[in-house]
Ligand binder design. Sequence first.
Ligand code: GLA
Length: 735
Amino acid sequence: MRNKLIVALAMLCFPYIAEAKIVHMSTKSMSLVIDAQAGEEAKFIYFGSRISDDEIETLRKTETPNLSAYPVYGMSVQAESALSVIHTDGNLTLDLAVEKVGETKGKDAKVTMIELKDRHYPFFVSLCYRTYYEEDIIEMWAEYSHKESAGVMLTQFASAYIPVRYGDVWLSQFYGSWANEARIDEAPLNHGMKVIKNRDGVRNSHTAHSEIMLSLDGKAKEKTGRVIGAALCYSGNYKLRIDTDESNFHHFFAGINEDNSEYSLAPGEKFTTPELALTYSKDGLGGVSRNFHRWSRKYKLAHGSVPRKILLNSWEGVYFNTSEDRMYKMIEDIASMGGELFVMDDGWFGKKYSRNDSRALGDWSVDSRKLPGGIQGLIDSAHKNGIKFGIWIEPEMTNTVSELYEKHPEYVIKPAHRQPTTGRGGTQLVLDLGNPEVQQLVFNVVDTLLTNYPDIDYIKWDANASVMNHGSQYLADNQSHLFIEYHRGFAKVLDRIRKKYPDVTIQACASGGGRVNHGILPWFDEFWVSDNTDALQRIYMQWGTSYFFPAIAMASHISASPNHQTSRAVSLKYRIDVAMSGRLGLEMQPSQMTAEETELCRKAISEYKEIRPVVQFGDLYRLLSPYDRKGAASLMYVSPQKDKAVFYWWKTETFMGQQLPRVAMDGLDPDKRYRVMELNRIDDKPLVYEGMVFSGEYLNSNGLEMPLTHKVSVDRSRRNEYSSRVLYLEAVNDK
Ligand code: GLA
């Protein structure tokens, strides 16, 4: 009875389209079309700019490529496949036919499911599509289940497949390393297989990213040309494959990396792949980025419509030398500069073992030798100063030197018969999040903190190690499930935390930018772009990050000079101007700043409050790429109403007699007139056009001339080769 009721309810919310043959998933300006005739293989018909139903009929008759919508292995073994399995009886083939198509309309998105079944085996695949009409995004994923007599081994399980017509297609991808994340690499797609993958186990974006853009009209351009953007939304190991074979297509597959991760699917169990989010724009790379940013703010990122606070994070200011005096002083200092939040980083915990360096992780009780007044004392101090308080944790990890490890050595990831491989500090170990007891433990770390101190406003959630050795002490004979179960456990813990604590702000940090992925953003408000806070290198890293992620999610902090990572000396003005293009914060010891520097930061914080809505909710227009090596870089944000904009310009090289291109603006309303005001000014005199009004048309076509240096006569030490400008543009009411 109960089951029948559930089936009836399911049918109510998921009505099946009786005669569905052609499935047209469309958004405002994009179409994905699949031929799904019952009893036949589901075929790909079209993906690109939006077309009408009439056109689809014509297309079907004239130029439908003979391509599967989701190629599976076995009956055409030469081709790359999205899915391959070993059935219970050892058969390696799949032969899927459409059973039915279902559709459900939500408030913001529509979900379409094409249900497939193997012609012989009771093995089922659902191809799922969630369509966001306004944002021009389609999420694609697959679900598998079966009723065979025992487990079916999944050996390849891509979320989605899209063929892209062969031509002059260029791939934009992101690579990097710790402290050098999200570098852009752009090249034409050649014959053969291009594989972009990750095998870290815990984090997945220090090196290659799981997002790509494909420019269909030759070398990628910012403002023009047809571009496909694709982002796999997953926290774990992934693999993107583009096979350029002898056909007329580049075959793009994206999904979980199946290397050493074959999955034994039990009868009745459902396996759901992560989503691949896809967009298409005729407005170049910039168009794709703006689609992703809008969708990300609205549907992915936690609290995507809430302005972010301006904070001071203690790490580069004190590192592990946490003490009550230092924390109190930092709280006072950031509050007096107009900041809104203080975050105490690493080094605050440990009873038996004090966290004074990279060892002694895992015991999350306050070290009262360092903080006699405890966490409450810090919260009280923050409140007294009118700001909020945040705290650093790294709950997925422990150290060999910790009470946790002494009590529960079985909680760490390590293969049987072997000593575990250690990471940071020679002692760090990853906890086995596939183990429900470990999930409970990690949940408890956060739950205890937030229950004991409900006024904690912000958590910096760090993850500083990879899965270094393959072995779960929990999974017994299912060792190849390790990576997948780790991220299922991670999701379960974060789901529970978000259910109980929906309002707390959580930053995803993973030795810097190791967790920059849309798969984690529903639980996290932002991410730490990189442990490298050097302003010049940040321009490059934030540029790459901006291809898929909005500025509101990019934690971007003003740090000391010379920079602690690169040793580069950069003027405070420049450091401020770069940090102000993301979610502004400070990462330094304010007590070491001169009065003049403090004043400059105070002014910047106050001006950032003015422009915050434009930076955090506006549309991004990248104007001059640092990767083009023209001596400068520039971008701007424009409010959705186009009544306000913030323009950034940073010199990236300095030579005498230098000639730099003049940067045309973009995204302004040509019919509006804008007053120009410089922010963070250090020059003796205002810019010649300070306070003047220009039409959007003029600015979009010509931009404004940028002086190459700062004229500061009083204090020559403020002169520096790293000149930069931030302009605030406000539409004037001419009437
Ligand atoms: C990682 C983070 C840093 C800092 C340290 C603390 O490296 O990326 O921001 O929190 O850990 O140990």
